[in-house]
Design a protein around this ligand. Structure first.
Ligand code: COA
Length: 188
């Protein structure tokens, strides 16, 4: 179900769930431009093997994909990540409507918590979007590489208890080998 939330230059911005491979490729193209092209993220980090179990949401102006976000599903939360808007379309709240579409999508699946992991430089962006740190800022000398952020799916309700403490939720997910098994496990 496409949603129209705003216009840019008189054209509606529409968000859609990726339903076909072509849609997913459009999400991947946006991410490749922003993360690999602009932010120098290595390909292997950006395309980490977790894309095919995820929901992809794409923002369009006309036929042009201008933004994308990936949403992964866990037992106690949904996790938006890889949020990207093509540079020349930034500053029009497209990132904001992509995150809002994640919230609505989570609500439609009966999920009540959104959780994400962001680098410290992006905390301000997520706070502007109504997110908050899972754990209050610590004063440790070691700066954190990633910070857990959360938002209630229903903003009128208190934030649900998260089952995984930050230390567990922030663990690195295992990489997959070419057979699709976690690296280091023996296959038959
Ligand atoms: C982060 C990103 C998705 C925002 O897209 P966008 O459509 O321009 O965002 P919105 O229009 O919804 O919000 C723009 C606002 O966020 C602010 N903002 C953007 N990046 C920010 C950051 N890293 N920290 C704090 N504020 C930030 C802008 O200054 C602007 O503020 P204003 O509304 O007060 O002028 C886009 O900048 C992007 O694709 N960046 C490269 C990829 C990236 O870093 N992704 C990580 C996700 S945070």
């Amino acid at each position: 179900m496409p949603t129209v939330a705003l216009t840019v230059g008189g054209e509606p911005v529409v968000t859609k769930l990726a339903m076909k491979m072509e849609d997913s490729l459009q999400a991947f193209a946006v991410r490749a431009a922003c993360f690999i092209g602009e932010l120098d993220v290595p390909f292997s980090e950006e395309f980490d093997g977790l894309d095919f179990g995820a929901t992809h949401i794409i923002a369009y102006i006309g036929d042009e994909p201008v933004g994308a976000v990936r949403l992964r599903w866990f037992q106690s939360f949904a996790m938006p990540e890889r949020l990207a808007v093509i540079q020349r379309f930034r500053g029009h709240n497209i990132g904001s409507i992509l995150l809002e579409r994640c919230r609505v999508q989570a609500q439609s699946r009966g999920c009540n918590l959104l959780y994400s992991q962001v680098p410290p430089r992006d905390i301000g962006y997520w706070e502007k979007q109504g997110w908050r740190r899972l754990v209050a800022e610590d004063t440790g000398v070691q700066p954190k590489r990633i910070v857990a952020m959360v938002k209630a799916v229903d903003p009128s309700k208190p934030l649900p208890e998260i089952e995984a403490p930050e230390a567990i939720a922030l663990h690195r997910e295992g990489r997959l080998d070419s057979t699709g098994a976690p690296e280091g496990t023996v296959s038959n």
